[in-house]
Design a protein around this ligand. Structure first.
Ligand SMILES: *Cc1c(COP(=O)(O)O)cnc(C)c1O
Length: 409
């Protein structure tokens, strides 16, 4: 059940109305439900219970300290893609032996940091990276646990800008190149090849691409007699942004993974991001102005693409709902836009939306993942606040950035 719902025409988050929170907090701000995050994590875990995986939350989906702590306390590890995310995860209490480090462009400094912190795995994405890690490990006199991120050349059937597992994408290493390195592994004597990893894309709604990937991994591992401690199957689990979408069927995928695990006999790692946070946050904002265009009415919000980038970046669909429902209809097309000086600073458009007035409050839905973490200071706007609700209380978990500090740099 969603923790965001209407009670007598008022939008509630758990046991608090959003209208109550705006009394003391200026819009725009991110508003999360703690129970929703907890439920999503437990639901994910339950679906894969028979596999007993390590669940490494993909921190780039939401890097708020409070959120990372919460997930760490529930038993999550972290999948990080930068030195900053690595340090932040550790600072949030996530143990280094539950952290995996992915990314195509890790710098020498980041690699050194990861080695010194003794994290679980560095997932390598090229032969050059393998050489650099080996060289740094040698200098530090360490043997480093690594995985190789395979590019299985599988089409995840998702938006082209969030596909990562096709041969034309920059991510991962081809099977042929990996096998070359594997045959030559004596040349990398400070690396322990403990894992293979894959991450084929994001917002994946069907288990077919996952199934194809499992088949490819099975054949590489068995044909070449590769002994592994871990197989890291990545993230990408899709959620329901639009009513006609269906979120991924995890229990079906879980059976496929169980089968795979029986053949390969190793610990499974998952890296969910969106699935844990996506539907756990809304972006609360105010209608600043209403402007009649010739073809549609523009509803200009106080939140912009700097606060929430997904529609501009990926044409992402996000529903927009009022904090207080009324029974009147707006005639014609309305488009919700933000203040930023870019044509793509717009969020969605609707026919038959309810009647809106300047000063009304709206919520952009399902922005918990890749919302605040993708926000920026574009147009010299401060990063906005983040607030979380638990039962009938709320807590500010990131203050709005100070404008006077912002304008100094
Ligand atoms: C972004 C990312 C994830 C998380 O993807 P979701 O679609 O949010 O589950 C997992 N693994 C890697 C390597 C990533 O880059």
């Amino acid at each position: 059940m969603s923790q965001f719902r209407y009670v007598k025409n008022k939008l509630y988050v758990e046991g608090l109305s959003a209208s109550y929170i705006i009394k003391n907090n200026k819009t725009p701000f991110y508003l999360y439900s703690q129970r929703q995050i907890e439920n999503n994590f437990q639901n994910f875990k339950k679906n894969f219970k028979s596999i007993n995986p390590l669940i490494c939350f993909a921190t780039k989906a939401n890097t708020n300290h409070f959120v990372l702590k919460l997930l760490g306390n529930l038993g999550a590890g972290a999948d990080v893609v930068s030195g900053g995310e690595l340090l932040k995860s550790i600072k949030s209490g996530i143990k280094p032996n539950k952290i995996v480090f992915s990314g195509v462009g890790k710098t020498a400094d980041e690699i050194q940091l990861a080695i010194k912190k003794n994290i679980l795995l560095i997932n390598i994405e090229s032969e050059s990276e393998a050489r650099l890690i080996n060289q740094i490990a040698k200098k530090l006199n360490k043997n480093v646990s690594v995985g190789f991120r395979i590019n299985p050349n599988v089409d995840a059937k998702t938006h082209k800008k969030i596909s990562t597992g096709k041969a034309e994408n920059k991510f991962g290493i081809s099977i042929k190149e990996f096998l070359n390195i594997y045959k030559n592994k004596a040349a990398f004597n400070n690396l322990k090849i403990d894992a293979l990893s894959v991450h084929i894309g994001s917002q994946i709604l069907s288990d077919i691409p996952y199934q194809k990937t499992l088949n490819i991994l099975t054949s590489i591992i068995l044909k070449n007699n590769i002994n592994l401690k871990y197989v890291d199957l990545g993230g990408g689990f899709g959620i329901n942004y639009q009513n006609n979408q269906k979120e991924i069927n995890l229990s079906r995928y879980s059976k496929l993974v169980k089968n795979f695990q029986k053949k390969i006999n190793c610990k499974i790692i998952f890296e969910p991001g969106r699935f844990i946070l996506g539907n756990a946050g809304v972006l609360v904002n105010k209608v600043q102005y209403i402007k009649k265009g010739t073809k549609k009415t523009f509803v200009i919000l106080d939140a912009g693409m700097n606060d929430f980038m997904r529609p501009a970046l990926y044409d992402a669909y996000h529903d927009i709902i009022p904090l207080i429902k009324n029974n009147k209809k707006h005639s014609g097309l309305i488009e919700f836009v933000g203040p930023i000086c870019e044509t793509t600073c717009k969020f969605n458009q609707f026919k038959n939306f309810q009647k809106i007035a300047e000063g009304d409050y709206m919520a952009i839905k399902d922005v918990g993942a890749y919302g605040s973490s993708l926000s920026s200071n574009y147009n010299t706007k401060p990063l906005i606040a983040e607030i979380i609700v638990k039962n009938k209380t709320y807590k500010v978990i990131r203050k709005k950035q100070d404008l006077l500090k912002l304008i100094k740099a």
